[in-house]
Design a protein around this ligand. Structure first.
Ligand SMILES: [Zn+2]
Length: 272
């Protein structure tokens, strides 16, 4: 999930000056460290190539989406219809399969504050309230779940995750930035962030991926039309007009709470 600004005063300032709220201002030159070949692969996958972050053995695009090298290599082998539309609900080609299915959400490492822990429970409850074919349960604190949440010390994003695997499993890790696990932020905010990242893990793309300025401010930036790679497939029954409340919007503010709205529920119900 995209960069959150600490105060409203700074929020206004940065929204005015940056294309998106994705990164700290220190990351504007990140692209210099990433080869053109890799950027071409990212582009071929259908993602935007602005402000790509290199971290460990992977890249982070669109603010919070992890791409591994195998994702880049697989990108050239997939084809689908190009979809251009307004602000709607989109999913990746890969989805979680084997429904009905229980997804265990664990944590690991230090830094899981009480509030963040409560938020994880809150996010699980939001999904489970929808009566989906996926049931989320809270696991232990030593990792090993289908989705494991860990706190990381980064200033480059609020949280990050990836998309389901080609074998139909959810993406296995959510990294949550330490800064945003503090009591400075509300439990509803944290719940929204965790639910958003869980959304990526089960195959949701950003609702406003085709123009993230909708939620991020700044100039219009298309995160990428996925004619190849992970895909951006329209979910039937979701609106063609802007949906200001969707939990899968790319950016949020320090006080944002986005429980599932009716369109989100339609999208969730359609997929799962
Ligand atoms: Zn996101």
């Amino acid at each position: 999930m995209k960069k959150l600004i600490n105060t409203f005063a700074v929020l206004t300032l940065l929204f005015a000056g940056f294309n998106s709220c994705t990164q700290d201002d220190s990351t504007t030159s990140i692209n210099d460290e990433i080869s053109n070949a890799v950027l071409e692969q990212i582009k071929a996958l259908g993602f935007g190539t602005d402000n790509v972050i290199k971290e460990d053995d992977h890249y982070i695009v669109e603010g919070d989406i992890i791409l591994h090298k195998r994702d880049l290599e697989e990108g050239a082998h997939k084809q689908t219809l190009l979809r251009i539309a307004g602000v709607e609900q989109y999913h990746t080609f890969n989805l979680v399969t084997g429904l009905p299915r229980t997804i265990v959400v664990t944590t690991s490492g230090s830094g899981i504050t009480t509030r963040l822990s409560n938020a994880i429970n809150g996010a699980i409850a939001r999904y489970n309230a929808e009566g989906l074919g996926l049931t989320f349960v809270r696991g232990g604190t030593s990792g090993g779940g289908n989705i494991n949440i860990r706190v990381v010390n980064t200033r480059q994003y609020i949280a990050s995750a990836g998309f389901p695997t080609s074998s139909g499993n959810p993406y296995g890790t959510i990294s949550y930035a330490k800064t945003y696990a503090s009591n400075t932020y509300s439990e509803n905010f944290m719940t929204t962030v965790v639910a958003h990242e869980m959304g990526h893990c089960i195959g949701f793309r950003h609702t406003d991926w085709m123009n993230r300025s909708y939620s991020c401010g700044g100039s219009a930036v298309n995160e990428g039309q996925s004619t190849t790679g992970v895909g951006a497939v329209l979910i039937p029954g979701t609106p063609s007009g802007p949906d200001s409340g969707s939990w899968m919007l790319a950016c949020l503010s320090a006080t944002t709470n986005r429980p599932f709205n009716n369109n989100d529920k339609t999208a969730l119900d359609y997929l799962y």
